[in-house]
Design a protein around this ligand. Structure first.
Ligand SMILES: Cc1ncc(C[n+]2csc(CCOP(=O)(O)OP(=O)(O)O)c2C)c(N)n1
Length: 583
């Protein structure tokens, strides 16, 4: 190997040879060629995590200004902190260690491309840099112990163990995109948080049982509607039922973290299910809308269809805390409710004097075609960080059923992911396989923690499918026969998770049957009840801030007069010069 001139890529070099030369460099630099000396000097410099720029001391001193180049803030004359790669302790010197760290970086960057996030398990081509060969690591190297602090492990692990951890963390049911997040602290937190848990969440037995129950509720609700009201449009959630545990966990976590109110926006898909299982709109209220036993007395919410109506309620979570939830009504125009939600949330923050924007937060749900296709999404995101418009970060959830009406992703967008617009504002993205409900709740927790900690937008891409047509009158096998065939052979998310919990011994068949019977009875009873006496399906306008307001028109003149005393008080206040203010 001729090292007189250092080639542009050192990947092809033998690591053993390099290590040997490096040891020599450390004991007797003059024994090396000048090109080699320069190469190793540069290596040491990079490993130290410190640089000297333009003759100035540049290091890890705590007096360094926040941010760095490109953050829009002048660095002034102070030292510039050049941050070493997240988690990497400064000063480690082995070449092989650097190779392994490079391998870790590849997983952080491209692990999502090999993650098993497709509910149909379709393989994607594996990126080259996720192979040992690409990094010139050979099989014998797998037993070599290396420092594992770069992946948050205190001590050494063999290369093989590191590979196994990386595969489990980055290429399982969750694929993360964090590398584009320019804010160093946020990026470091995301990696640390994700790697610490290996991307998973440890659920207790009762938590698993709770998750299962939510899937049962989600599935049975849709099936009941499908059976009792065939042909009625409901934009079923079947194939994407994991959305219910996702939202439940997201909101419970929000309440854990001090949130008092959540403003929610979503379109048609799964809306009835969310209204019932998340917002607490009762079976009786829902069925009244299907039964058409509507009474003139009911406020008609503008005469809109049931899958466009808003709702609000206060819900209590298992942690004992309550959260006020407000779902905005939305028009047919997909995605435009996002802007309404942001404005409504900001107004509520003002009303609650929520200056930190941590007590009222927005959650916006999207369809995969709508989020990728509509310009209004980019417009709303562009406003998200502006002082005059920010709401302190939105949690976005995409119900990615991999179809838009009849169009599959290949014919709908150029970008790889439907969420790629998130990168425009540096927002992290968590892709998750909806078939793995425990991974789904793990990303919900992470997303809410991130939002509360960094006050920035974050996206969850829930990869799932749509069991039926766009609505219940459409037939997918006419327009997408291949996809329809894949779906036909698929067991439901509930069935899969139930099998898993049965195998783990968390539940038994009798428990599941008991929940089913209880739900069947509740559904049956509710339907019978509303046939005889309908329930007002609209929000109780007499509660909280809207007390006394009615939509109904009245010819009775309202009381508008103001007392003379009040007028005097207002005029006096208007004419008063504040203390210490010279006119
Ligand atoms: C601005 C706008 N364009 C088009 C439509 C018609 N439309 C309603 S739903 C839909 C498909 C949406 O697909 P996706 O976002 O993937 O949601 P999905 O129904 O698949 O869950 C379309 C094109 C609309 N309602 N609004």
């Amino acid at each position: 190997m001729n090292t007189d001139a250092i080639p542009r890529s050192v990947n092809s070099w033998s690591p053993e040879y390099l290590e040997e030369r490096y040891r020599l460099y450390q004991s007797d630099p003059s024994a090396l060629t000048s090109a080699e000396q320069m190469f190793f000097a540069g290596f040491d410099l990079a490993q130290a995590g410190e640089l000297r720029l333009f003759g100035q001391a540049v290091g890890s001193s705590s007096g360094a200004p926040a941010g760095g180049p490109g953050n829009g803030h002048a660095a002034g004359d102070g030292p510039i902190r050049v941050t070493p790669f997240e988690g990497r302790p400064a000063g480690r010197t082995s070449y092989f260690q650097a190779v392994v760290d490079d391998f870790i970086t590849s997983y952080r960057m491209h692990g999502h491309l090999a993650a098993r996030i497709d509910p149909f398990g379709r393989e994607r081509p594996r990126p080259e840099d996720l192979t040992l060969e690409y990094h010139a690591i050979c099989c014998e190297d797998l037993d070599r112990p290396v420092d594992a602090s770069a992946i948050g492990y205190d001590g050494t692990l063999t290369v093989g163990e590191i590979v196994e951890r990386l595969e489990r963390t980055y290429c399982g049911s969750i694929g993360v995109e964090f590398m584009h997040v320019n804010d160093t602290a946020a990026r470091a937190w995301l990696f640390e948080r994700f790697e610490r848990s290996g991307g998973r969440i440890e659920l207790s037995k009762p938590e698993k049982a709770h998750l299962l129950e939510q899937l049962i509720r989600a599935e049975m609700f849709e099936r009941f509607l499908g059976k009792r009201y065939p042909g009625e449009k409901r934009f079923s959630l079947e194939g994407s039922e994991s959305l219910i545990p996702l939202l439940d966990r997201l909101l419970e976590k929000a309440s854990d973290l001090g949130v008092e109110e959540v403003v929610i926006g979503m379109a048609h898909r799964g809306r009835l299910n969310v209204l019932n299982n998340i917002m607490g709109k009762t079976y009786q209220q829902m069925f009244t809308e299907f039964e058409e036993t509507w009474l003139e007395d009911f406020d008609d919410s503008g005469g809109d269809v049931k899958y466009h109506r808003g709702y609000s309620s206060t819900r209590r979570y298992r942690n004992g805390r309550t959260l006020h939830l407000a779902m905005a009504s939305n028009p047919s125009h997909l995605e435009c409710v996002g802007a309404v939600v942001e404005g409504r949330c900001r107004a509520k923050q003002r009303l609650r004097a929520d200056f930190e924007r941590k007590r009222v937060i927005p959650v916006v749900l999207h369809g995969d075609s709508a989020i990728a296709g509509q310009g209004i999404v980019a417009e709303i995101l562009n406003y998200s960080g502006l002082e005059g418009y920010t709401t302190g970060g939105t949690v976005h959830v995409v119900v990615n059923n991999q179809i838009g009406f009849t169009t599959v992703p290949e014919d709908a967008r150029t970008s790889l992911y439907c969420t790629d617009v998130a990168k425009m504002i540096d927002a992290p993205v968590l892709h998750v396989n909806g078939e793995d409900p425990e991974a789904v709740v793990a990303v919900a927790e992470l997303a809410m923690e991130f939002r509360q900690k960094f006050q920035k937008d974050i996206f969850i891409d829930l990869q799932c499918y749509r069991r039926y047509g766009h609505n219940e009158q459409d037939e997918t096998s006419f327009t997408q026969p291949i996809l329809a065939e894949l779906i036909k052979g698929k067991k439901s998310i509930l069935a899969g998770y139930k099998e898993r919990l049965l195998a783990e011994g968390v539940i038994n068949d009798t428990d599941v049957e008991a929940i089913r019977v209880r739900m069947d009875e509740a559904l049956e009873h509710a339907q019978q009840e509303v046939k005889a006496s309908p329930h007002d399906p609209t929000i109780d306008a007499g509660s909280s801030r809207w007390a006394g307001l009615t939509h109904r028109f009245s010819f009775d003149p309202g009381e508008t007069a103001v007392s003379m005393e009040e007028i005097r008080e207002v005029c006096a206040a208007l004419g008063r010069t504040p203390d210490g203010f010279n006119v």
